[in-house]
Write a protein that binds this ligand. Structure first.
Ligand code: PMV
Length: 311
C-alpha cells in the first residue's frame, strides 16, 4: 500500500474568542499559510508515531499527547477491526499554543489520514465528535469553533457546534498576523475568564459586549465596510484585555500596528501570549507593517489577503 498524505490548515479567530464559550457568536477564518501534515504507511509489528521528528511507540506517547492518543484509540475501536498497524509522521508549520489552531489541526489531519488508511467513511458529525474528544482534553469546555473552521476550511459565522454558516466576503484588505513567540494556554485562559466571571458579575457584561460586537462586525464584513471592521477589532482587543486574557507583548504589537497604518488590531485565539492580527488596506501596507512588527518583537509575521474568502 502506498503512503497516505493528509493535511489540515490553521485558523484565525477574527472576533468572538472567549465569548463563544458563553454561547455568543464568533467569526473564524481558515489560515492556509500554516498547516499540519500527516503521512501514514503500513508497519508490521506495532503502531508508531513521530511528532515533529520525535519517534514514539504509540502506546507510550508522552502525556502532552493524551488527547490525540485517546482520539486515535476511539477511532480504532469504533471504526476498524485493528487489522493493520500504522507508522504515522506528523509535521507542523503551525506554531504551537499561539491561537492558530495547532491542536485541532493535528486531530483533523490525523483523522483524515486514518480514514484513508483504514478506508473508513465518517459523517461530518462522527468526524467532529472524534476531534472534540481530543480537544476536550486540552480544555474541558471547547466551543468547537477551532474544529469546525479547520474541518470546513471556509469562513464561518459560528454560533454553536450545531449552528454555523459559511460566508463569503470580497473585502479588498489584508490581515497581518504576528506571533509574539510567547506560548499561551487555552485551558488556563478559559479558566481565568470563568473565575473572573464567578468572582465579579461585571465580566458577563464584557462577554455580552463581545457577542454584540461580533454580530455588528459580521454585518460590516459582508457590507465591505473595512474601516468599521478595523475599529471593531480594536474595541474587541480592549474588551479581551479587560477580560484578563491579553499579554503585554500582544498589547505592544497592537499599539505598533495602530501607529503604523492599521485600521484596527487585536489578539487572536485564547491569548496570554500567542498572536495578534491587524487589518490594513493594501499589500504595501501589510509588507511595511510586517517589517515594523518584526522590529518590535514579533518572531514571525504573515499577511493574509481577505479577498481569498470570496466564493
Ligand atoms: O485554541 P485557541 O487558543 O485558539 O482558543 C480557542 C478559542 C476560545 O474561545 C478561547 C476557546 C473555545 O473553546 O472557543
Amino acid at each position: 500500500m502506498k503512503k497516505i498524505c493528509t493535511r489540515a490548515y490553521g485558523k484565525i479567530i477574527l472576533m468572538g474568542e472567549h465569548s463563544v464559550v458563553y454561547d455568543k457568536p464568533a467569526i473564524a477564518l481558515p489560515f492556509k499559510a500554516v498547516a499540519i501534515n500527516v503521512e501514514i504507511k503500513n508497519k508490521q509489528e506495532k503502531n508508531i508515531i513521530s511528532i515533529d521528528n520525535n519517534l514514539y511507540d504509540f502506546n507510550n506517547l508522552p502525556s502532552e499527547f493524551t488527547g490525540i492518543k485517546k482520539m486515535i484509540n476511539l477511532f480504532l475501536a469504533e471504526y476498524t477491526q485493528n487489522q493493520k498497524n500504522f507508522e504515522m509522521h506528523i509535521t507542523s508549520t503551525i506554531p504551537k499554543q499561539r491561537g492558530l489552531g495547532s491542536s485541532a489541526a493535528v486531530s483533523v489531519a490525523v483523522i483524515r489520514g486514518l480514514c484513508q488508511f483504514y478506508k473508513v467513511n465518517l459523517s461530518q458529525k462522527e468526524f467532529a465528535s472524534l476531534v472534540h474528544t481530543a480537544e476536550s482534553i486540552h480544555h474541558n469546555n471547547p466551543s468547537g469553533i477551532d474544529t469546525s473552521v479547520i474541518m470546513k476550511e471556509e469562513a464561518l459565522l459560528f454560533e454553536s457546534r450545531n449552528k454555523m454558516s459559511h460566508f463569503s466576503t470580497a473585502l479588498e484588505a489584508y490581515l497581518v498576523v504576528a506571533d509574539t513567540g510567547i506560548m499561551g494556554n487555552t485551558s488556563q485562559a478559559v479558566n481565568l475568564v470563568k473565575s473572573n466571571i464567578k468572582r465579579n458579575n461585571n465580566y458577563i457584561k464584557i462577554i455580552d459586549d463581545l457577542g454584540a460586537l461580533t454580530y455588528r462586525t459580521y454585518e460590516r464584513l459582508i457590507r465591505k465596510d473595512i474601516e468599521a471592521v478595523g475599529n471593531n477589532m480594536t474595541t474587541a482587543h480592549r474588551l479581551l484585555s479587560e477580560l484578563g486574557v491579553s499579554h503585554k507583548a500582544l498589547d505592544h504589537l497592537v499599539e505598533t500596528a495602530l501607529n503604523n497604518q492599521a485600521l484596527g488590531a487585536k489578539m487572536t485565539g485564547s491569548g496570554l501570549g500567542g498572536c495578534m492580527i491587524a487589518l490594513v488596506k493594501s499589500q504595501e501596507d501589510a509588507e511595511a507593517l510586517k517589517t515594523k512588527l518584526e522590529s518590535h518583537g514579533a518572531i514571525k509575521t504573515w499577511s493574509y489577503r481577505l479577498k481569498e474568502l470570496e466564493s
